[in-house]
Design a protein around this ligand. Structure first.
Ligand code: FES
Ligand SMILES: [Fe+2]
Length: 413
């Protein structure tokens, strides 16, 4: 999908400099260097991408018990994700409604209440203000609970949105159910997490994730397993053969890619299933299973589903395990890439799966990616950098850049 550029002139909320940068973008080329280093652009991204779109922050198996909580940092904010006494999941901003101090000072744990370290107002695990010391009679406690964010839990995945009026989530939910859902992600558990700090603007990390032009040279191990390292027309026959195997197993492979801009009011999501090379069952060193099958299917189709969600979350759905990629900007020139590995919740480490075998492929690939992203960041920082052509195998990069520019230009309601 291409995006109409006429929206730019209509937005009075953009400075002349930012408008120029967006207007001067040439389809078919990468973004100019300013997009990776201009603090004004970065602030605009926080408003128009990170505080507008939904994010997948975790799998609820991380919070199995009442009053479990964990902190997530995102877009300059800290969010407490907690499970209340009744089992419901909440997302709350970690700032006291009195003078704004952080009320939760532990990264994760179990707490019936969060007591502010400053003047000791105390909030329940559902965010309600329970006590406020020495405040006058008649003080409105109910009106001073922690700020709540929108939360949806779908197939065990916790999604949050900072937006006052969140983007419509219905199509996204249906597609998550149709992909992760049929592979049993509701009944999954987190087997491992790893965070990679990357010295690069967040867009360099995502542009790298969405294209496989670099897979051949940068990821020889991935490329021995996944056909995506080749041009699309070269892999049609392999994908067609996979589809027959997929359908024979009863897996629904309805193509569904309603990748929208927020101007349409709906969350962006797309998915596709693609083949592994003949004889490869999953993304592992020897191509053999690394954990028990997930979902309801009786075998392996030799494929993997890739899911792109809301611009910042990506997922890989193998028959025996899943991988969630979260991209989190931490500054203009820095971001984090968190990987979360999922297996069936009944699987036992050391018996049904070995962590080294389970995580080998995407650890290695992520370490390789960190290096090439940082090489790129150093090059793009040069005064002499000019964007080059987008290669045919980088069609997803073009799609992402066009979408990103449309989001940047579209004012928040
Ligand atoms: S800032 Fe939290 S009680 Fe005062
Ligand atoms: Fe990569």
């Amino acid at each position: 999908m291409m995006f109409d550029k006429e929206y730019v002139a209509a937005d009075e909320g953009l400075s002349a400099r930012v408008r120029d940068l967006i207007d001067c973008y040439q389809t078919g080329k990468g973004l100019s260097g300013d997009f990776y280093r201009n603090p004004e652009i970065y602030q605009l991204e926080l408003d128009r991408l990170f505080r507008r779109h939904w994010h997948c922050v975790a799998h609820e198996s991380l919070l199995p018990n009442a009053n479990d909580f964990e902190l997530f940092k995102m877009a300059g904010e800290t969010v407490i994700i907690s499970r209340d006494e009744t089992g419901q999941i909440h997302a709350m901003l970690n700032l006291c409604r009195h003078k704004g101090a952080e009320v939760c000072t532990e990264l994760r744990g179990n707490a019936r209440s969060f007591t502010c370290p400053y003047h000791a107002w105390s909030y329940g695990s559902d965010g309600a203000l329970k006590t406020a010391r020495l405040m006058p009679a008649g003080f409105d406690r109910a009106g001073h609970g922690l700020h709540k964010l929108a939360v949806r839990v779908v197939e065990g995945l916790i999604f949050i949105s900072f937006a006052k009026k969140p983007l419509n989530f219905n199509e996204a939910e249906a597609l998550v159910r149709g992909t992760c859902g049929q592979y049993g992600w509701t009944d999954a558990k987190v087997a491992h997490r790893e965070t990679y700090a990357i010295d690069a603007n967040w867009k360099l990390a995502i542009e790298n994730y969405v294209e496989c032009y670099h897979c051949g040279p940068a990821h020889p191990e991935y490329s021995e397993l996944h056909v995506l390292e080749q041009p699309l027309e070269e892999i049609d026959a392999l994908n067609d053969a996979m589809k027959l195997r997929t359908l024979a197993l009863g897996v629904d492979v309805t193509e569904c890619s309603p990748w929208e801009t927020s101007a349409q009011g709906r969350e962006a999501i797309r998915s596709y299933r693609y083949a592994l090379y003949d004889g490869i069952k999953t993304g592992s060193k020897d191509g053999m299973p690394v954990a028990p099958l997930m979902g309801k299917f009786a075998g392996y189709d030799g494929g993997v589903t890739s899911l792109h969600f809301g611009g910042m979350t990506y997922m890989a759905v193998y028959p025996d395990h899943g991988v969630i990629y979260r991209f989190v900007p931490t500054g203009v020139n820095a971001c984090e890439m968190e990987l979360i590995w999922l297996v069936n919740k009944t699987a036992v480490e050391g018996v049904d799966y070995e962590l080294d075998r389970l995580t080998w492929l995407w650890r290695l690939t992520s370490e390789q990616d960190k290096k090439i992203i940082e090489h790129t960041a150093r090059g793009v920082a040069s005064h002499y950098y000019t964007p080059g052509p987008i290669a045919p195998m980088e069609a997803q990069t073009q799609r992402y850049i066009s979408w990103y520019l449309a989001e940047l230009a579209h004012p928040c309601p």
